[in-house]
Design a protein around this ligand. Sequence first.
Ligand code: BES
Ligand code: ZN
Length: 630
Amino acid sequence: MKNSSVILLLLGLFSQSCGINSANANKEKLKNPIQKDTHTHSNCDEVRTIHLHLDLDVNFKEKTIYGVARHQISKHSCDTIIFDIKELKIKEVTLGSNKETPTNYAIGESDALLGQALSVKIDSNTTQVNIYYRTTKNTEALDWLSPELTTGGKYPYMYTQGQAILTRSWIPIQDTPMNRITYSADVRVPKGLLAIMSAANPIKKNQSGIYHFEMKQRIPAYLIALAVGDMKYTSLGNKCGVYSEPELAEACRYEFADLSKMMDAAESIYGEYRWDQYDLALLPYSFPFGGMENPRLTFANPTLLAGDRSLTSVIAHELAHSWSGNLVTNATWNDFWLNEGFTVYFENRIMEALYGEEHAAILALIEFQDLEAELERMKSSEHPEDTRLKLNLDNRNPDDGMTDIAYIKGAFFLRTLEAAAGREQFDTFIKEYFDTHAFKTITTEEFIVYLNTHLLEPFNIPFNTNEWIYETGLPDNCIRLNSDRLNQMIAFANRINSEQTIFNGKYKNLKRGDFISQEWQTFIRSLNPSISIKLMNEIDAQLKFSTDGNPALKSDWFCLSVKSGNKSMRPAAKKYLNKIGRRWYIECIYQACKDSKDPDDLKWAKNVFSTAQNNYHFVSKNTIRDILYN
Ligand code: BES
Ligand code: ZN
């Protein structure tokens, strides 16, 4: 059964029927039509995976994972179980655990976004389905790096990215956050490399190159993750540490030294950390995100190694996901703000506990500036309705929901609620929310009911919840923050904007170290793009934004360079875009080139992208291609 058109014909062989379960499920759907996850083909409301065992061979020569996905499934009365797959080659499907017998299966039509439905014939006694498969060169979740793209330069590296709907491209699975599973895995990798997963992990390489993993807590499919490379483990205290290439171990030890304090702070706010161990995996530069909250093993971008601990709020963020997102999970990608809004709010609480109110306010204000800019942009975009917290991403890429709305509007909704309820009361409420919904998924509608019955009604708090969640834009009662330190930076930039000069006299001795990077970020963002090239270069000569350190500042600086037509920054910008694949950092530079009135900027950007894209993960490649070519 190699030919998928033959397989298609088999579809008719077995119709999906699910007896009593199906009738109940349909009634449930009618009562609450919003519960449906439209980004999966699976029928997990009828029959679902309970436990997954993966048997995998990671082959770097062929850039392919060969595997078997063994699904233990729930009690059911179905004759079909449907999995999601995308760009996978299915070799065979069998039923049973001790003795396996081949079964019929059918592969549905391919959807560019959702991939295909893999429908497997089962009977009511079936308890295990085994899918023999391999990945292909079009597998979107996987990033294979040749040794030159690693810091050590000697060994290759590979990692996966599952969120939002990419897990189906490396594992045949019911790829919906609505289902939670435990998993285990046996992974074979070339000798000399270490494999780690979002599970209980080894801390040392072994001779065999075979590693065993157990994830005993139930998680959604998007949180299954694997990384393979030359890695060393550095403990950072009780129950936490970091995996990195050996060359970066000391830099990690310094940068993430406060990790264990972050964990203490998080636990003291919202209660016990429920995943036993919390480690970081420092990935290569192509990693498209600042961080990814894979349970027990946050994937972190090497740009976080700024050398001054200035970007560690990303770690606070991923750690916070151990409660918001991983413990209590958005039921569908339309409820994404429940993951990210809560996490940005919690992240800031952790930063406040460690570094004080003023510092936390500066971080939150910068986010608020981002939100205001995003709201402005989205107003005139193709989807102005996306400024609602509750999204409708049917027939769209769930990735479209990854905007400042879910993150920052979501967080400011909670801040505003906190102000209305008082911190103590609000903390008690959120802690109970996590406890009550632990290891479950939740929709926005269920959250609203919970909010009403456990906070707003009992304490008689009037609140415009529906406006926050179902209306566009930002409600008037949104809490406003203020920071004198940032105000001063804005005033400073404004003086430069009006006088078009800076280093006459007074500012000659100004150094980068005089302000923290978030203050500089506000400064750069407040400079007017009509700034003269001469002045920009003078500022850069003194403050070294284009050359020195902090990748977040570089991103803003190069963005301003494009907007102000400063082509002398191009070599440094090109170097940056070739090295770094973190989407939010590179996106704004490419976007500025696209928006530029000078057609030469777009030409330059396309040229840079043509080589730089080899260093990007599919996620970033896809976004940048869309910007430049659509
Ligand atoms: N879970 C997200 C990353 C993500 C979201 C991947 C949606 C795929 C689809 C992660 O926790 C995140 O938010 N990362 C941010 C961190 C920042 C907000 C502190 C990032 O990558 O920059
Ligand atoms: Zn997040």
